[in-house]
Every structure is written in C-alpha cells, then in structure tokens.
Design a protein around this ligand. Structure first.
Ligand code: FE2
Length: 436
C-alpha cells in the first residue's frame, strides 16, 4: 500500500529531478545566450525558466498552499496564452539572475506546502496530483529547452554518453489481433486530463512496424525521389514541402559525396543507419508511409500495440508492464542526447514484440487531437481543452528528451503537422485483409 509519506517522497524526487535538469539546461550558457531568441519558434531560455517558476507559484504556492503571491506583477508576462513565443523576447522579462532567484524562492515555498499537504481530500491534492502536474510541466519545458539547444548555433555546451547500439535489429512488422481494449486511464493518479477517462475501444486487426523508421530506411525514401514525387504527398503536405523547401529531415546535411551528416546539439556527426529518424514533420512521415505502401498508425492502434497484454487482456502502464521505466527499458530523461539504435531495448518491448514504443523519438500518429468520450477539463482548460479540434496531430511515446514522470502508455502529446524542431519520428502500420 502506498502511504502519503511514500507519495511525498516520490514527489520530492520528481520535483528535484526536474529542477536539476532546468538548472543544467540554463547554467551551461551565459546570460546573453539565455536572453537570446534562438528561433522564432522558441522562447528565450530565460522565459521558460521564469515561466516554470510562475506556474509553480500559481498552482502550488497560491492554490494548494493558499499563500500570498510571490510576484503577482509578473503573472501576465509568463502567461503562455497572452504572448506567443515569437513575441516573448520583447517583453520586460526578469533577467537571468532575477529569474533564478524567483524560481528558488517559489521552490522554497513549494517545499513547505508539500510538507503540509495531506495529499488527499481535495481533488487537486489527492495523491499529490498538483505537485506531479507541476513536475511534469517543468519537464515538458525542459524538453522544449532541449529543443531550443538543438536549434541554437554555436559550439556544443551539452554532453552525454552515446545512446546504446544493438546487434539485433527488429525487422518487419508485428501483427496485432483485432478486438477490444481499454484506452486511456481513470486510475493513474498523475495522468493528465486528456488521458482520461478509460474507455473501451474496438479495433480490427492491423500490422505495425516492430521498430521506428530508421535513418537508413528514410535515406531510401529520399533516394527514390520521395521529396520530388507529388503523388506521395497529401495536398497540404505537398504545398508545405514546396513552400518550406523541404528536401530532408531538419538538421541533415548532404556532404556532396552522397553521405548524410546530422547536426546535433552543436556537433556534426555522420548519420547512423540504425537510429530512428528524428526531426521530421507529420507531412514527411505521412509521405514516407505512402511511399512504403503503408500508413501512419492511429492513436488507438499505437496505444493497443503499446499497452494491450494478450495474456491477461488488460492494458498495462507501459509496454513492458506496470513498473516505472529504468535505463534497461527505454531511452528517456536526456541520459543521451540522441535516439538509441533500434533493438537497443529488448527489455522494453511489448508482449507482442513491438520495440521502443516509449522513449527515443515521439511518434506521429494519424489522429487529430480530440477529447476522449467523457472528457472533463482539469484543473484548467488551457492544458488540453483549448487545443481540441485544432490543427494538431497526436504524438505518442516520448523521446530521449522526455522525463519518465511525463511519459506513460497513456500520455498524449500534440503539435502542428508542420513542426520539426520537436524530437519526433514515426513508425508505419497497415490494414490486414482479414481479421486474425
Ligand atoms: Fe507552460
């Protein structure tokens, strides 16, 4: 049985881990760099940092703790809806020293609130939900800051050991039998509103790739004229390909001799054949799938492949079971600054033998971002509800830059189909002629 003290100590761990990472991502560059906008798609790093503190102040210090505001005057500056990313550098933001002091001051108070919360009763506090939500929020911004680091020009400032390689490449596809399964969750205490409630979904049999599409496979698509053949692209996808002059994944460089290189966090390296392709937009993934005579999986197919256990018939939290991810299961948490080769995590495969559904790269699905039947916004509409039905495609599974606290078999991410700066790849699926 989990006691409130167990929950409190786990919350302390996830909050500390998030803050250590935010610090590492902002202490590795100088103050000028922190206030610079490295891409119009991203905020200056110093905005993310103070925004992390401001959300923590709003939810933990003021709402859960019922304390006086630390800095009510800056709420508006760090409201993500009031100011789109492109406009944030022009705001009178806290400078790096002020931002660091602010987040530290808020965290001090949040620790005090955590000490005193019963972690039950009120829905926001039950099982520590608000604290876990804030840890997930910080980690999501840390992944965004990591994407800013990838976009930033200049020498490398981040370092990590290389991701694991493999000798056994999972080949081909896995057949997932048709039938009903439970999608989403009503019981995972830290799941966010868009993952709820659990509901039954029935699917016909389908086949899904045993591993994400690799660089070598993607190079074949390019070599076969993938970016020149109009018929492989949707109408919108082709218009975007032409407008944005797409001819390879973002950060790929052709050295002129037929070899591809990839720029990653300030270093150039030869493309590794067996790593999943990363930094492709949804339109590119969709065109590749058409070229391969296949399609992207739906979100429901992805989740059935990831969670459904054919022996017990129940849906697990992760492909390998209900246990929290370890370094043997999946490439998560920025332990590496790249996806691992396919087949590097046999212990993380699903019961049916689908590899690396969690970690490495977010996987584009064919699905639009819509609420589950019975959805209700909690604790605020701006987390999910305002995005429902917009121009977004769902991504699943987390990347090497996603922390375990913000990743589970039910976790849903979404982004515009043109976005490539996120750590996204994909795998393909196809219908089967008849049910198996
Ligand atoms: Fe945010």
């Amino acid at each position: 049985m989990t006691t409130p003290e167990d929950v409190r100590s786990r919350l302390a761990d996830v909050l500390t881990r998030a803050r250590d990472r935010s610090r590492a991502l902002t202490d590795c560059v100088d103050d000028d760099d922190l206030v610079t906008q490295h891409s119009p798609l991203m905020s200056p790093l110093v905005w993310d940092l103070a925004h992390i503190g401001n959300q923590e102040e709003l939810w933990l210090v003021r709402d859960v703790g019922g304390r006086e505001p630390v800095r009510r005057d800056i709420d508006e500056l760090y409201d993500a809806f009031a100011h789109p990313r492109s406009t944030r550098p022009a705001l009178p933001l806290l400078n790096p020293t002020e931002a660091r002091n602010y987040v530290a001051q808020v965290r001090d108070k949040a620790w005090d609130v955590l000490d005193r919360s019963p972690l039950r009763g009120r829905r926001l506090e039950d099982e520590g939900f608000a604290f876990a939500m804030i840890a997930q929020h910080e980690q999501q911004h840390d992944e965004t800051m990591l994407a800013t680091h990838q976009l930033r020009r200049g020498p490398a400032v981040l370092a990590a050991p290389a991701a694991p390689r493999t000798a056994a490449i999972p080949r081909g596809e896995v057949v997932v039998p048709g039938g009903e399964f439970e999608m989403g969750t009503s019981t995972d205490p830290w799941a966010l509103d868009n993952e709820r409630p659990a509901h039954r979904v029935s699917l016909p049999a389908f086949a899904i790739d045993a591993a994400p599409v690799t660089n070598a496979q993607y190079v074949e698509f390019i070599a076969d004229g993938g970016y020149r053949r109009r018929e492989l692209w949707s109408e919108r996808g082709w218009a975007h390909r032409v407008d944005a002059e797409l001819d390879a994944p973002q950060f790929w460089v052709d050295d002129g001799t037929g070899s591809w290189w990839r720029r990653a966090f300030g270093t150039m390296e030869p493309l590794r054949d067996h790593q999943p392709v990363v930094h492709v937009c949804w339109f590119e993934a969709d065109a590749y799938a058409r070229w391969a005579g296949r399609r992207l999986p739906t979100e429901a197919e992805w989740e059935r492949a990831a969670r459904w256990d054919p022996v017990s018939g129940r849906s697990r939290r992760f492909p390998w079971g209900d246990a929290e991810p370890t370094p043997e299961h999946a490439n998560l948490g920025q332990r590496h600054l790249e996806p691992a080769e396919v087949g590097a995590y046999p212990a993380g495969a699903s019961p049916l033998g689908v590899h690396q559904l969690v970690g490495d790269v977010w996987e584009w699905t064919s699905s639009d971002f819509l609420p589950y039947p019975g959805f209700s916004a909690f604790p605020y509409r701006e987390y999910s509800e305002v995005f429902h039905g917009g121009d977004y495609k769902v991504l699943r599974g987390g990347s090497f830059g996603t922390d375990a606290v913000a990743c589970r078999g039910t976790f849903r991410n979404w982004d515009h189909p043109i976005r490539r700066q996120i750590f996204a790849g994909f795998r393909c699926a196809r219908d089967l002629e008849r049910d198996v």
